[in-house]
Design a protein around this ligand. Sequence first.
Ligand code: NAI
Ligand SMILES: O=C(O)C1=N[C@H](C(=O)O)C[C@H](O)C1
Length: 258
Amino acid sequence: MVIKVAIAGPRGRMGKEAVATIIKNEEFLLVGLLDHKKEEENVGNNIPIFTSLEELIEQTEPDVLVDLTIPTAVFGHAMTALQYGVRPVIGTTGFTDLQLDEIRQKVEEKQIGCLIAPNFSIGAVLMMKFAQTAAKYLPDVEIIEMHHDRKVDAPSGTAIKTAQMIQDTRNPFEQGHPDEEEIFAGARGANIEGMHIHSVRLPGLVAHQQVLLGGEGQLLTIRHDSFDRTSFMSGIVLSIHEIMKQNTLIYGLEEIIL
Ligand SMILES: NC(=O)C1=CN([C@@H]2O[C@H](COP(=O)(O)OP(=O)(O)OC[C@H]3O[C@@H](n4cnc5c(N)ncnc54)[C@H](O)[C@@H]3O)[C@@H](O)[C@H]2O)C=CC1
Ligand SMILES: O=C(O)C1=N[C@H](C(=O)O)C[C@H](O)C1
């Protein structure tokens, strides 16, 4: 069966790569594109571009919506897609816990799958999983994520998910000196149950993360680098196939591949 796919954010860095990936895959049919502005520029093989998700769905009837947009748009897209019975595969980051809860409720109501993957690259998923395992033995953890300087959300979705996975196996405690003081605000980064996340933004970077785990006289560093956005494409292809078989919310690629 050919899976009908729509893509939101097709002119973006990820969106362009995803359009090319879906077009060249014979198991998929790219039926529509969603952007917030309708420009003349042809995105790919004369695929129709819509500025309204409702119109896109009514006119092209996709099975799956791949969302690669921005944090302020993605929640609305996910809820609309689910309402219409279209399965979301979401790479966009920046969800709040409340939004995730609302999506979970909608998925339960509609009984169709929705996949949210903060990172689609297999190497990054392994890095998160290895960090989760290592934190059982070395619970003092600092996460350093490094991205290109066009990224709008911080910390990255990958860093948040890494911390959440570690939270599942680590008892919460405040790291560092009990009397430590920030001379400049933000010096110790974001704090998730005592773990710290530091966000670097520089031109030239793509997507990189290292998890530092410190112990007496030792340091374990687990690092992943995406040098190119092609690193995310096999995860998107896998997610589209998988979500057609699911009727729950899947949050993280590790839930389907590990
Ligand atoms: N899960 C993963 O593996 C990955 C996730 N990402 C995430 O994907 C998202 C996109 O990243 P990039 O492509 O680098 O960003 P980008 O800024 O290059 O692209 C975003 C695109 O969304 C479009 N857009 C904005 N508002 C829209 C709306 N209301 N409806 C439809 N389209 C809209 C913009 O015009 C733009 O073309 C980000 O949230 C990023 O964190 C990025 C890389 C990998
Ligand atoms: O914006 C990006 O580029 C990326 N965003 C995702 C995130 O926030 O973790 C995934 C990857 O790190 C690239």
